[in-house]
Write a protein that binds this ligand. Structure first.
Ligand SMILES: [Zn+2]
Length: 382
């Protein structure tokens, strides 16, 4: 029988072991404190002394469809020309406009379609329609489905990006949170299937946003820079509840092709994404803004992308021409230990996956052309 004295003794021993093995911020063990004040994580930027072959890739090896494009509003011929010249340098043959954040989607879509129709570059862009997920009331789904059909007649070739407010913050007219699998929206998803267009959807955010905001959190810096991205229980529905609603939605509409943005935020657990692919043949993902996940596990990510080469589409998300080459280098080369472009996404270096040409071609453009029959094909090999 364990007595109280033994328990107290065990607790003391545990505390002593704890103190002896306590690790400093750098994981050092038993080396005492720095003799000068340590830098903050923003200040400490050591220059790598590693000398290895480096193969920057300014231009993709094959033409690319950017399936998750947020270019500047295509309101003038000048803007279009400047985006196209950046795309030319990168070998991005086609940009799918999945919305311009901050603008009313449907108006923007109509305006984009009009301006593009008159542009010599109309074959370099494709426009997706969108839906408003606020104040959904009975009858909304049918109405939105009819609107979607009209938008597709007008030239839209897909639906989305449906943004993360769907699921996270959007409320129904009755004041309840609009769940991702709310049956009111079913007519929209089945209409997308009938019209043979994909649905591009962003669900939730990186899981660490739901975890305690402390020094063990991989996204500490981002959560410190953008406090509104933190997801304490009083602000956001639980992460796994959103994942369950999402998966039920995808399974309920097996004839609808869903392109889940940002690797579904499962880039840190590709085994989970693999199981989702196996369970849901109508599921595709894009690579937007999660390169740091693939690049930190080059061997696992390589094998994953080879196995699921028909399910992953290149997407960039935020528009910054100088960031695309990080993707080319990660996908195409076997370079070691190079910089990623955004320190608050990831504090680590990344590695090239060295993907075979056949897989690159699928991820870069073939899958996008297959998933989205309405895309202009002029910029791509037959
Ligand atoms: Zn986006």
């Amino acid at each position: 029988m364990i007595t109280r004295r033994v328990l107290v003794g065990l607790a003391i021993v545990a505390a002593v072991i704890d103190a002896a093995t306590a690790q400093g911020p750098q994981g050092g063990r038993g080396r005492g404190e720095p003799t000068v004040p340590p830098p903050t994580i923003r200040e400490y930027k050591p220059k790598s002394t590693l000398v290895v072959p480096m193969h920057p890739v300014p231009r993709a090896k094959f033409p690319v469809v950017d399936m998750h494009g947020h270019p500047p509003p295509l309101t003038s011929a000048d803007t279009i020309a400047s985006v196209v010249s950046a795309m030319d340098a990168l070998n991005v043959g086609l940009m799918v406009v999945t919305g311009n954040p901050g603008r009313i989607s449907r108006e923007q879509m109509k305006q984009d379609l009009e301006v593009l129709a008159a542009s010599p570059h109309k074959n370099r862009f494709a426009i997706f329609a969108n839906i408003d997920v606020r104040n959904v009331a009975p009858g909304y789904g049918q109405m939105a489905a009819e609107q979607l059909e009209a938008d597709v007649k007008a030239g839209a070739v897909g639906l989305g990006e449906i943004m993360k407010d769907f699921g996270m913050t959007a409320k129904k007219a009755d004041g309840n949170r609009l769940k991702l699998d709310d049956p009111e929206l079913d007519p929209i998803w089945s209409t997308a299937a009938r019209l043979n267009i994909p649905v591009h959807i962003h669900v939730a955010d990186p899981e660490p946003f739901w975890e305690p905001f402390d020094y063990s959190n991989e996204r500490w810096l981002e959560m410190a820079l953008f406090p509104n991205r933190r997801c304490p229980p009083e602000r956001c529905p639980p992460f796994e509840e959103l994942m369950s609603e999402r998966d039920r939605l995808f399974k309920k509409h097996p004839k609808t092709r869903f392109v889940l943005a940002h690797l579904g935020w499962h880039g840190n657990d590709l085994g989970r994404l693999a199981r989702m692919f196996d369970e849901m043949p109508n599921l595709y993902v894009d690579t937007g803004a999660v390169l740091y996940e693939l690049g930190r596990q080059p061997r696992v990510a390589h094998d994953f992308l080879v196995k699921y080469q028909d399910r992953v589409l290149f997407g960039k998300d935020s528009y910054a021409p100088d960031e695309y080459p990080y993707y080319w280098r990660t996908f195409e080369t076997s370079d070691d230990y190079f910089d990623y472009y955004r320190d608050y996404h990831a504090f680590w270096k990344i590695y090239g996956l060295g993907l075979p040409d056949a897989v690159l071609q699928k991820i870069y453009y073939q899958n996008a052309l297959k998933v989205t029959p309405g895309l202009p094909r002029g910029a791509f090999p037959k």
